[in-house]
Write a protein that binds this ligand. Structure first.
Ligand code: ACO
Length: 352
């Protein structure tokens, strides 16, 4: 085990400060959700594949070859979904050059809330010192961040919110069966957040902001990936169960459809995409999606090797990292996609 501290990620502000004063530009001009900043938090403790192999019948070679995962961050008791989400949110606001009073909607995507209620979102809202606006949790497993982006986009476009924090925060380590080598090696803990602000756009697909989100679900496949219990069932707190092969098959097929749908809806092709920021479940799934888009590997943001699968936190963590290190730059087109328990799946296109 490694006790290395991982600082919150942050980047330079993406939008000039005037954007916050420019939110009423409606009157015939389409309002868009613009990405103002992103941030992340990873738990202090790193658990490597070798650490797992010391207490489980597995190996670094098996895990790395099948998934691309080398290590994961595992939360200590003080690193709750609320703590990690609030820390990631502060980093996102700092990156945006914004302050908590700029936030009037706060959406948390999580399958591992600290409590049944109050929502983790409301706990984070309070931790940030925000006492206006509204906050709520959203449950869509690994697709949660894409779903939350879709909801935030709708709130902003319809004028119900002007500044929205969209957060994915997960502590899957608390719902894993640590004796089940087929699942426990795949996941890690962490949080990522983006701050979106309302801004003027002409509606042309080359403009900045969220161009579209496409969301899907089909409960017929609910048992392929589930947690067989909840706070409402005292007899069974629940552990994660998965049919890995079937999930893999659906992941590639459904995410490919969602990607095609996003590009077609915006009259774009794979050649227009600068970056793929996929849900980080498995390097083989990520590679398959990159090949489909004809994107060279250096245009695909990969964190699964270091973070493992952090569910709803994986995309905002990857986005925050690539913005902070300058890979993703203003004006570039970012395609995001995910599939998760439900099954849920979807895609989002963002001009940074
Ligand atoms: N270490 C060593 N051996 C293992 C391990 C392990 N950690 N886990 C399973 N095995 C063994 C199995 O017992 C099996 O042994 P057997 O042949 O003697 O029975 C063998 O490895 C093959 O097992 P499979 O499950 O068939 O292996 P597969 O090649 O399908 O890989 C994996 C498993 C990595 C889970 C793969 O199916 C996968 O990535 N699926 C996608 C699931 C996923 O990413 N889920 C995340 C949530 S959903 C999402 O985010 C998209």
């Amino acid at each position: 085990m490694n006790d290395e501290t991982v600082p919150a990620l942050s980047a330079a502000p993406l939008l000039p400060p005037h954007v916050f004063a420019d939110q009423s530009s409606r009157g015939g001009v389409a309002v868009r959700a613009l990405l103002a900043g992103a941030g992340g938090y990873l738990p202090r403790r790193i658990v490597t594949n070798d650490d797992l192999a010391a207490r489980l019948e597995t190996s670094d070679a098996w895990i790395a070859a099948r998934t691309g995962i080398r290590q994961r961050h595992i939360a200590e008791p003080d690193e709750t979904a609320t703590f990690m989400g609030a820390t990631a949110s502060r980093a996102a606001l700092t990156a945006a050059g914004a302050v908590p009073k700029d936030v009037d909607a706060l959406i948390v995507a999580t399958s591992t809330p600290d409590e049944a209620f109050p929502a983790t979102a409301v706990r984070i809202q309070h931790a940030l010192g925000i006492a206006h606006g509204f906050a709520f949790d959203l449950s869509a497993a690994c697709s949660g961040f894409i779903y939350a982006l879709g909801v935030a986009d709708a709130l902003i476009r319809t004028g119900q919110a002007r500044g929205a924090l969209v957060i994915g925060t997960e502590v899957y380590s608390r719902i894993l069966d640590w004796q089940d080598r087929g699942t426990c090696v795949l996941f890690g803990d962490g949080a990522g957040a983006v701050f979106l602000t309302a801004g003027a756009g002409s509606g042309a697909s080359t403009d900045r902001g969220l161009l579209s989100t496409h969301l899907h679900s089909d409960g017929a496949f609910g048992d392929l990936l589930s947690v067989d219990g909840a706070v409402g069932r005292r007899d069974r707190p629940g552990v994660l169960l998965m049919n890995g092969r079937e999930v893999f098959r659906h992941a590639v097929a459904r995410m490919a459809e969602a990607v095609d749908e996003a590009l077609a809806a915006n009259h774009l092709t794979h050649e227009d995409v600068d970056w793929l920021v996929p849900h980080q479940a498995n390097l083989r799934i990520i590679d398959a999606m990159g090949r489909r888009l004809h994107l060279p590997t250096e245009r695909v943001v990969v964190t699964v090797d270091r973070h493992a699968n952090t569910s709803a936190a994986s995309i905002p963590l990857a986005l925050a990292e690539a913005l902070a290190d300058g890979r993703i730059r203003p004006g570039q087109l970012v395609l995001m996609e995910a599939l998760g328990g439900g099954l849920t799946w979807g895609s989002a296109l963002l001009r940074v």
